[in-house]
Design a protein around this ligand. Structure first.
Ligand code: SF4
Length: 997
């Protein structure tokens, strides 16, 4: 058996290899040019060459004869183009899918009528089947027809498996006919041609005196055959492996496949003579930003060598936070990136994805409003300025306000143009390029023209960005390069698509696929500065300090991409080898062993409200376990979430000036229930709304208050004409008229544009029923003698009260009296004669479950409550608690107070006559119990206590809340996070929390 050489990882693999190589070959010798060194990756070859150069420099020599250094892919390309008489160009995989679909259309007669529909349908299956074919090609096999395909697959897949061999052979011959090639096809072709005797006469072999295969592992069968060919044909060759004890199974298997024995290289060649175990540190955190920030603390101000430090990012999406944090450093360091960066997160890509989405979700001329707005609100648009200095940001703001006002879920472009007619010219242009042009595309060429029009539109902006030396600009340049070199040509030049006619939706599907799959290949050249790498790019490289982020399951090892046609079971069935995680274990261990210091960061989120579950990688567990076996304690650190997440912080601090403005605000504002409730609910929200006067973002579509407004308006319409009259509902309720009014009002609210069809149908049905049932409830009560008459005292009746309050004045630092205007507006104020005369202050509520926080216990709590002399968060939460967790008890009590304080205006009975005053809600959609009151008392004595409370005590509570607004040190966050769920200020609030220290 021939011998392979093992170089230990901890000797610095590539430098030890360099020492060994230079012992065999001199860079002064021209014959070195005929030594070919093949590496699994381009990067390792690049580092090797760099180390050779360094050695030359040590000898003060500038130039020399270097070996030919190739990555394996380049090596195969060199062989393919030299050994094959008429080599074909490599084509993108998407074009292979079309070849596959063409085979399907001929063989299986799938595409008899509506060809393009079937193309769309089978496109994704095509992608999956190509992977199966590639697997066979890498194994150098022709698949067999499977008479009994695996169970559980869809019919189409089963049928294809039954005819796998025939389909594959037809696919291969069509590929040849078209003159296409791709990697696994080339691999197989090279293997095939090497079997021919005469091929060794080819010139390329005269170029090679000696060949070195360096650092390979887990070879596929065809690769093994190619390597073995060189082993057999060349007298001089080297197979060098990176290894450590115990020898990894993946290396043993590779040796076995290549029929090689092994020995360790002599320690004389070791670059690092003193072999030590690396120091390993573990860092656990729950927050990706902290992970990045903490990792960067290990980066010095400057770096001399490219093998000093590497930051490994197994999750490529961590690259951007990492480089932006690096950019933000006081002395930014030179950075070199080597990884395949998926383009999905790049802003221009997200913009294009939204354009696709807008077309996919378009119904005739109607676009989804949210997506339409997302497109127009993209930062690229917002940065635009039109002639005359009109900023597009301003135009968008107006459009958005209008769209939110009408709340339609779907909108036509004409409607948008009509909403803001003064900007029609600009909008027409934008609508054409970004929407209308995409509505009826027929040919791929038209499609790529549309894409180009978009780039042209943004050209001036991109030009400006390109001049900037920021990462955003680097990413943008790379992204445009990917579009120009990998995406446009598919639609324009290639024989398959160019002149064909396809449906627009199919072309969008193809574009979507390409925008998802393409990557920016950062190649990290020159070898300088801080190295940031994808995990696989670190193969064979050694660094003094290794920092690995996201050592989490799913990234290290990565979650395998799922192909239902290549499950383990099917692979066994088809005779395709199954690689599990051995290879990843090997790459991980060799990287760790080659370093002196290793910092492993991982995220641990057990059950997150806002984050997904993340657990440390099995590699972390294994390393810790190994340390424990050796009775060594792992160096672990938990990175706490300092100030980043605010709950420990209580809120936004108030300065003396703010406190003064708060007093001024109270003196000059009508103090409504919303004003007070907002403060009780969340001080921060109060700050945004009343102090900063930030507008709440209104939702598109049906808003929670839309139905409420409808109900209010409807009852107002019905009862307004009865104001001041004493009536029986039985006499005034004419069902047909009422329902007709409801129909007209419903139409005017345009609910059909704010809800999906089913919700609209159901909501309307419920509204009709609700109204009918409520009137019938009142009529039944009248017929039963429980209601003798109803006098409508007011509809939408305003209740204002100007009263003196003792408030703290920050400029005098003492309490002083000020006039305060409390204000409310009750929906329905009535005097109802039951057994007793009742004055009822009522509000319509659309939520049938809302209660005015009534019941004896709650009333007792209100009576016995004593106000704190502290103005902190806890005392505020206690006050809010008297009104129920949703504060539903506040409004009726507040209105009760306003009514009671001026009751003489409404109550016509003399003092001696007992009347009941009550407040509550009308919830018409609660059919059983549509009226709910705060106080459900029977004894006069109990009512006397209530009256006394509202006459003398309730004001203290209001005064206390107002003083809390002025005096407390902070605008406090809510006691319960649930309040944030439907908050319209989530966005500013989030930003604010991060700013606070
Ligand atoms: S998101 Fe929560 S904490 Fe922030 S303003 Fe809204 S309710 Fe208050």
């Amino acid at each position: 058996m021939n011998q392979a050489l093992f170089i230990p990882s901890n000797s610095h693999f590539l430098k030890t290899l360099t020492n060994f190589f230079l012992d065999k070959h001199s860079l002064d010798d021209i014959k070195t040019l005929k030594v070919w060194c093949i590496f699994p990756t381009k990067r390792s070859g690049l580092y090797f060459k760099n180390y050779l150069k360094e050695k030359l420099k040590l000898k003060k020599i500038e130039a020399g004869f270097f070996p030919r250094i190739y990555s394996f892919e380049e090596f195969i390309e060199a062989l393919y183009t030299n050994l094959i008489s008429s080599p074909f160009p490599q084509v993108p995989s998407i074009l292979r899918v079309f070849v596959f679909l063409e085979v399907l259309s001929k063989r299986l007669n799938f595409f008899s009528k509506k060809e393009e529909d079937n193309f769309e349908k089978y496109f994704n299956w095509g992608i999956k089947f190509l992977e199966v074919f590639e697997e066979f090609e890498k194994e150098g096999k022709i698949p067999e027809n499977l008479l009994y395909p695996p169970e559980g697959l869809p019919e189409l897949a089963k049928k294809l498996f039954e005819e796998l061999k025939t389909t594959y052979l037809e696919f291969s011959s069509l590929i040849e006919e078209k003159g296409f090639s791709y990697y696994s096809y080339r691999l197989k072709k090279v293997r095939d041609v090497l079997k021919e005797e005469k091929v060794f006469n080819n010139n390329i072999f005269n170029e090679i005196n000696e060949v070195w295969f360096i650092g390979f592992a887990a070879l596929r069968r065809v690769e093994v055959e190619i390597l073995k060919y060189f082993k057999e044909k060349f007298k001089s060759y080297f197979f060098i492996f990176e290894a450590y004890e115990p020898i990894p199974s993946i290396i043993r298997d590779t040796l076995k496949a290549l029929e090689l024995d092994y020995k360790w290289i002599s320690p004389d060649y070791y670059e690092k003579k003193e072999i030590k175990d690396p120091q390993i540190y573990f860092y656990e955190t729950t927050d990706p930003h902290l992970e990045v920030k903490s990792a960067l603390e290990f980066i010095p101000e400057s770096l001399k060598n490219p093998d000093e430090i590497v930051i490994v990012v197994p999750n490529p999406f961590n690259l951007l936070p990492l480089i932006y944090t690096l950019e933000g450093k006081e002395n930014p360091i030179e950075v070199n990136i080597t990884l395949q960066y998926p383009i999905t997160k790049i802003p221009l890509n997200q913009f294009l994805k939204n354009l696709i989405r807008a077309q996919k979700e378009r119904e005739e001329k109607f676009y989804p409003t949210q997506v339409y707005l997302k497109i127009l609100k993209h930062p690229y648009f917002l940065a635009l300025e039109f002639e005359g200095g009109i900023s597009f940001q301003k135009i968008i703001k107006e459009i958005e306000d209008e769209l939110r006002k009408i709340g339609y879920l779907k909108i036509t472009l004409d409607e948008v143009e009509n909403l803001v007619p003064k900007y029609r010219d600009y909008l027409e242009k934008i609508h054409k390029i970004f929407f209308r042009n995409w509505e009826s595309i027929k040919t791929p060429f038209e499609f790529s023209e549309n894409l180009k029009n978009i780039l042209n539109f943004f050209e001036p902006l991109f030009e400006k960005l390109k001049d900037e030396d920021s990462w955003h600009s680097i990413l943008l340049r790379n992204y445009i390069h990917v579009l120009e070199t990998k995406i446009f040509p598919i639609f324009e030049e290639e024989t398959y698509l160019k002149d064909k006619s396809f449906s627009g939706s199919f072309l969008l599907e193809i574009l979507e696929y390409l925008l998802k799959e393409e990557k920016i290949p950062f190649i990290g050249d020159p070898l300088k500065g801080l190295q940031i790498m994808g995990f696989l790019e670190t193969r064979l490289l050694s660094f003094k300090k290794v920092i690995i982020l996201d050592v989490n399951e799913g990234f290290l090892p990565p979650a395998p991409s799922f192909n239902p046609l290549l499950t383990d079971e099917i692979k066994i069935y088809l005779g395709i080898p199954i690689f599990r995680n051995e290879l990843w274990v090997y790459y991980f261990e060799r990287l760790i062993k080659s370093a002196e210091e290793v910092h492993l960061f991982y995220i641990f989120v057990e059950k997150g409200k806002t984050q997904e579950f993340r657990e440390p990688s099995r590699f972390i567990q294994k390393l810790k376990w190994e340390l424990e076996k050796e009775e060594k304690k792992p160096n672990e650190k938990l990175i706490p979430l300092y100030f980043e997440i605010l709950p420990e912080k209580e809120g936004i601090p108030k300065t003396k000036e703010i406190k003064q403005s708060l007093l001024d605000l109270i003196k000059t504002t009508e103090i409504s229930r919303y004003f007070l409730e907002t403060y009780l609910r969340c001080g921060v929200k109060f700050y945004f709304k009343y102090l900063l006067k930030l507008k709440e973002e209104t939702k598109i579509g049906l808003r929670s208050f839309d139905i409420g407004n409808f109900i209010h308006e409807f009852f107002e319409n019905i009862f307004r004409e009865l104001e001041g009259k004493e009536v029986l509902m039985e006499n005034v309720y004419k069902e047909n008229e009422v329902l007709e009014k409801l129909e007209n009002l419903w139409l005017s609210y345009k609910f059909e544009r704010k809800m999906d069809a089913l919700s609209h149908f159901l909501s309307k049905k419920i509204a009709v029923e609700t109204i009918r049932k409520y009137f019938n409830y009142l009529i039944d009560k009248e017929r039963a003698g429980e209601i003798k008459s109803t006098k409508i005292l007011g509809v939408e009746r305003s209740l204002k009260l100007l009263t003196e309050c003792n408030l703290f004045d920050p400029s005098y630092e003492e309490f002083r009296n000020f006039k305060v205007l409390f204000s409310g507006r009750t929906d329905f104020l009535i005097k109802r004669k039951e057994g007793i005369t009742k004055y009822l202050i009522l509000d319509f509520k659309s939520n049938p479950d809302i209660r005015p926080y009534s019941g004896k216990e709650k009333i007792d709590k209100m009576f016995s409550f004593s106000l704190s002399d502290k103005f902190d968060n806890l005392s505020l939460y206690e006050v809010a608690d008297i009104f129920g967790s949703d504060l539903s008890g506040f409004q009726p009590r507040f209105y009760y107070y306003l009514f009671y304080q001026q009751k003489e205006k409404f109550i016509t009975e003399n003092d001696k006559e007992f009347v009941v005053i009550n407040a509550g809600f009308i919830t018409p959609s609660d059919f059983k119990n549509p009226e709910k009151f705060v106080f459900n008392l029977s004894k006069r004595g109990e009512w006397a206590k209530i009256y006394d409370y509202f006459k003398n005590r309730f004001k203290n509570l209001l005064e206390w809340i107002l003083n809390h607004i002025i005096i407390s040190d902070k605008f406090y966050l809510p006691a319960d996070d649930n309040i944030c769920k439907y908050c319209e200020y989530k966005a500013p609030c989030k930003n604010y929390r991060y700013l606070l220290e």
